[in-house]
Design a protein around this ligand. Structure first.
Ligand SMILES: [Zn+2]
Length: 708
């Protein structure tokens, strides 16, 4: 999705061979043309399988390919053939660091990224010349089983991410390597696990007592202190009757107030029981929670001033700073907060305190749930608090860490992301975090609570200093190429209402790489927040302190002091294969999932780097047109894309970004058009399995359009 303000789009790609001849002539949406011409597929618009694809295709080539290739003389008598073994086209038998077993992996050649092995030089179409051997190298699966597009470029994304995480985990493993806060938390966690369920419960109780203390719950004496206490808990990513996040606005990141959580009956009581609270308090918290829920929808609305009091405590910002947060977005209604305020006004003070105790206990319970004791798997926690967490995880978006969402399962490599995802990522709460597998829980806890440090480690593993320098150069080369076309190409200029303004915007777009060194060209500028740990804290107090420091950094520093949207974080974890731009915010993200071969490598020759990562940079820059209202000269652009049958505005946006992006890369002079076509074909080719017929039909990559 792309609109003028505050929203953004996931990278999508199309390429046209005809573009190289004359921009705009002969565009066809191949998804339509080959499907319809051949009668091999039906239009997938709005189908159950591809609800978000307007004209997409799917095909499946299994990794394990047919054995015929092994008998060819050329394959069996050279190194390539001998090391390929039983693997498919373009693959080699390799020892997996993860499993310790040999496995087939894509070779991903360098310094020339063009993979000769997947090509079919004698073929008649562009896409077959670029990728014919790979496309023909598989056997068809049962059509009924084939539901996903397989991309040559993204075939091994998941394995690559797993390898990165494995290398990252080793960097702060063991108590003797616990010099950093992530290492300290992980070590404290491992100590508690070794101590067994009793130690974990004691650590959870400490976290509860810590939250009660920092939120000054016992000191609550009136409405003001009750709202303040609530704010401190919200500021620990605790689940609460009101939540704060942020939204992208033209003038920056702005606070968004969202409806909070309601708690099921007995959830609070069971959490309080686990942390050793008295039965009296348990009962009182239940009564209060019932009151809050009962009056959520039938009480006067909380005032803006009351909401601001909670916000100030959550962010540690004084009232004088209210104006910086701006006129914040209010969700439709804050029903649960209304219920809480009703409790403050109409209940006894002790009732409000009991409710706050319940919130703190739920918060500590959420932390404790992230580290199951050995043997817990045999006796699943069936407490109401646990059931409530399970429900939250079912109903809310899956969170990867504080402030970041998990990429959807089986996602297309270039999935679409809406501005709603930014909100959802910024309002992740502890209940949304899911414990890691047995033996991995402490590691996963560390990743979930230290998103900045984890991104930094992933960046170091994925992007070598040499590659990082070359990406910097390539970003600038692509920027100059695209802006030159905008300022000089008559056809492109004629298609836009104000090409010079677009060029000026691109001059100022920041390209953000997750985990990049702070202060470097692709990084945020402010330092990573560091919480003050004490060796006596115990794992869950450390976790609560860390959550607090992240919240203050995001909801405080970022929203109040951040001078650029690129100071924010990717709403999806950094290893996701995606790139996107917030056009009106002059900020583009290029994620780590796109920062390795076949898209980027320090050893790539200039043509390969320009045609792959560079092409994506240029495509994203080109979307800067969407930072303007009515960016297109409609008559002219429709003429430019006259043969482009996917007529929605989003496909027009992608088509234009590809035209401009390709022209921008050609303008750099680093690669010629035929070579660029081959590179882009190999980067973006995917396979297609027909739903109704089992034959293969691959899209001609150089003239293929994927409308996302
Ligand atoms: Zn795009």
């Amino acid at each position: 999705m792309v609109t003028q303000t505050g929203s953004w789009e996931a990278l999508a790609v199309l390429v046209s061979a005809t573009l190289f001849a004359a921009a705009g002539a002969g565009w066809t949406c191949l998804v339509r043309s080959w499907c319809l011409q051949d009668g091999t597929c039906v239009a997938m618009n709005g189908s159950a399988l591809f609800p978000t694809f307007q004209c997409s295709f799917a095909n499946k080539v299994p990794l394990m390919s047919d054995l015929l290739f092994q008998d060819t003389a050329s394959m069996s008598s050279n190194l390539a053939g001998l090391t390929r073994g039983m693997c498919g086209v373009g693959e080699r038998l390799t020892l997996s660091e993860l499993t310790g077993r040999s496995t087939c992996m894509l070779l991903r050649p360098y310094p020339d990224a063009l993979d000769q092995e997947v090509m079919e030089p004698s073929a008649s179409t562009d896409h077959e010349r670029a990728c014919g051997a790979w496309l023909n190298g598989g056997v068809a699966l049962q059509p009924s089983l084939v539901q996903t597009v397989e991309y040559l470029a993204f075939d091994d994304t998941a394995e690559r991410a797993a390898a990165v995480r494995s290398a990252e985990a080793a960097q702060y493993a063991g108590s003797r390597l616990s010099g950093t806060n992530p290492g300290k938390l992980r070590t404290a966690c491992q100590r508690a696990v070794l101590g067994g369920s009793g130690a974990l419960r004691a650590a959870g109780q400490l976290a509860y007592e810590y939250l009660v203390e920092v939120a000054a719950i016992e000191g609550v004496a009136d409405e003001t202190t009750a709202l303040k206490s609530l704010g401190v808990l919200v500021g620990h990513y605790c689940d609460a009757p009101i939540l704060f996040g942020w939204n992208l606005k033209v003038n920056g990141l702005r606070t968004s107030v969202r409806r909070g959580r309601s708690f099921d009956p007995y959830a609070m009581a069971s959490a309080l029981k686990i942390v050793g609270a008295s039965t009296t308090l348990q009962a009182q918290a239940e009564v209060s929670n019932k009151h809050v829920n009962g009056y959520a929808d039938s009480s006067p609305e909380a005032t803006t001033e009351q909401i601001k009091q909670v916000l100030r405590a959550a962010t540690q910002r004084p009232a004088e700073d209210d104006h910086i947060a701006g006129v914040f977005d209010l969700d439709l209604y804050q029903a649960e907060l209304d219920g809480y305020v009703h409790l403050l006004v109409n209940g006894a003070l002790a009732d409000a305190k009991a409710y706050l105790h319940g919130l703190a206990a739920m918060c500590a319970f959420s932390l404790e749930s992230l580290v199951p004791a050995p043997g817990d798997a045999a006796t699943p926690d069936a407490s109401p608090a646990s059931r409530w967490r399970t429900r939250m995880q079912r109903e809310l978006p899956a969170a990867a860490s504080l402030g970041a969402l998990k990429a959807p399962p089986n996602h297309s490599p270039l999935f679409e992301v809406a501005s709603e995802d930014i909100l959802n990522a910024s309002t992740v709460t502890l209940s949304q975090l899911v414990a890691g597998e047995a033996g991995e829980a402490c590691l996963e806890l560390t990743r979930m609570l230290f998103p900045d440090e984890t991104d930094e480690l992933h960046h170091q593993i994925v992007i070598s200093p040499r590659l990082y320098d070359r990406m910097d150069w390539m970003v600038e080369v692509a920027r100059v190429g695209v802006t030159h076309v905008l300022r000089n190409d008559a056809t492109i200029r004629g298609a836009l209402t104000d090409p010079d303004a677009v060029a000026l915007l691109i001059d100022n777009v920041r390209m953000r790489i997750p985990g990049a060194p702070r202060g470097s060209w692709g990084g945020a500028t402010r330092p990573i927040p560091v919480a003050s740990f004490d060796s006596a804290d115990g794992v869950f107090v450390m976790a609560a302190k860390q959550a607090r420091s992240i919240f203050l950094d995001r909801q405080g520093t970022l929203v109040y002091d951040g001078d650029h949207a690129c100071e924010a974080h990717s709403p999806y974890t950094a290893l996701t294969a995606n790139a996107f731009i917030w056009p009106a915010m002059s900020c583009s993200f290029y994620l780590l999932g796109m920062s390795a071969r076949p898209f980027a490598d320090g050893a790539y020759d200039d043509a390969s780097l320009a045609s792959r990562a560079g092409y994506i940079f240029a495509h994203e820059f080109s979307h800067a047109v969407l930072g303007f209202k009515d960016p297109y000269n409609l008559t002219t652009i429709d003429g430019l894309l006259s043969d482009f049958p996917c007529s929605s505005s989003s496909t027009r946006d992608e088509a234009f970004a590809d035209i401009l992006g390709v022209l921008g890369i050609l303008q750099t002079g680093l690669v010629n058009s035929s070579e660029l076509c081959l590179h882009v074909s190999q980067s973006w080719v995917s396979t297609h399995a027909h739903i109704h017929r089992s034959s293969f039909h691959a899209p001609p990559a150089c003239s293929r359009i994927e409308c996302v």
